[in-house]
Write a protein that binds this ligand. Structure first.
Ligand SMILES: Nc1ncnc2c1ncn2[C@@H]1O[C@H](COP(=O)(O)OP(=O)(O)OP(=O)(O)O)[C@@H](O)[C@H]1O
Length: 294
């Protein structure tokens, strides 16, 4: 599209920020001015109308994470953004080309029904109707990412199909890590499923790093403003007590802690104008070294 000078006509969208970042696009919430509280009716602002005025191609990536209702809401907002009457039967505001990309073996929607599931309400139903209009399908069969590691590629293919063998299990178990203190793991990236484990590893690695450099660790307690807990959030802070509490993600009624030591390797996330330090060895974002003075 760049070669034919039509790059400005494409809009790249993904259901979550991390996926949008990979393709250099934005979430559908951002690009269409959709409220996170999806059922709250919001108009489409001037910024969104301007953004959409010259678009002719919409590409939505990681479509396995788009739920039925979301597809309906995207459709409605495209109509508004492109100044089409809401009752118009033209899909997505009459955009000539809409491409959905993704893999239904990967993550399902965070909430709501996946596109292939049964609708649960009227908005889902509308989403289902829209989904059924996508009739031209291209299925890619060749796995290119691990093309140079055939045994691994074959293992992943069996894993995807749910047909792992005992040998596969043995191979995977041989890769399991039993101790974080192993020196050759010091510079590796850890991918973990739960935030709680990430915090344990981050704290452990920060302490190890600080000890090796004979440095102090400075602890920043954060004010928890987004907790869903009904418990009070303005507890008096005692860093020693907080250090003894396990991290429990969004469920905690008390502030989280950020451990900092000079020059520690870290990942910095830029997110709508603010950043958060996710600690050592986190599996996403860009690698940096924490600045500051001793
Ligand atoms: N035809 C190809 N020839 C060589 N390498 C390719 C080809 N297609 C993709 N790749 C490589 O395979 C890797 C994965 O490609 P890509 O990110 O496009 O896949 P994807 O299916 O979108 O991945 P994901 O499932 O993470 O969204 C990339 O490193 C890419 O460069």
């Amino acid at each position: 599209m760049d070669l034919i000078h039509r790059k400005n006509e494409i809009i790249l969208i993904a259901p979550i920020g991390a996926a949008a970042d990979v393709i250099g696009g934005s979430t559908y919430h951002t690009s269409l001015g959709i409220s996170l509280n999806r059922y709250r009716r919001t108009g489409v602002g001037l910024r969104v109308r301007r953004l959409w005025s010259r678009k002719t191609i919409m590409i939505i990536d990681e479509v396995s994470m788009v739920d039925l209702s979301a597809l309906s809401i995207i459709n409605t907002h495209c109509k508004i953004a492109r100044s089409l009457d809401r009752s118009s039967l033209d899909l997505f505001g009459g955009l000539p080309i809409v491409i959905l990309m993704g893999d239904f073996y990967q993550f399902p929607p965070v909430q709501g029904q996946a596109l292939w599931k049964l609708p649960r309400n009227e908005t889902d139903q509308d989403g289902k109707l829209i989904w059924s209009q996508f009739k031209q399908v291209i299925i890619l069969h060749e796995q290119m990412r691990q093309a140079e590691d055939l045994p691994y590629r074959n293992l992943l293919t069996r894993m995807r199909a749910g047909t792992l063998t005992n040998d596969d299990m043995l191979t995977l178990n041989l890769k399991a890590i039993s101790s974080l203190t192993n020196p050759h793991l010091q510079t590796t990236t850890a991918v973990v499923k739960l935030k709680t484990l990430r915090h344990v590893i981050s704290r452990f690695q920060t302490e190890r790093f600080a000890q090796a450099k004979h440095q102090r660790i400075i602890i920043f307690p954060a004010v928890h403003t987004r907790t869903r807990s009904s418990s009070p959030t303005d507890l008096t802070l005692h860093a020693d007590d907080l250090l003894g509490l396990p991290e429990q993600g969004a469920k905690i009624p008390f502030p989280g802690l950020i451990l900092y030591t000079l020059s520690m390797p870290t990942m910095v996330f830029w997110w709508k104008g603010c950043f958060s330090n996710q600690g050592l060895l986190f599996a996403d974002g860009r690698g940096e070294f924490a600045p500051g003075s001793s």
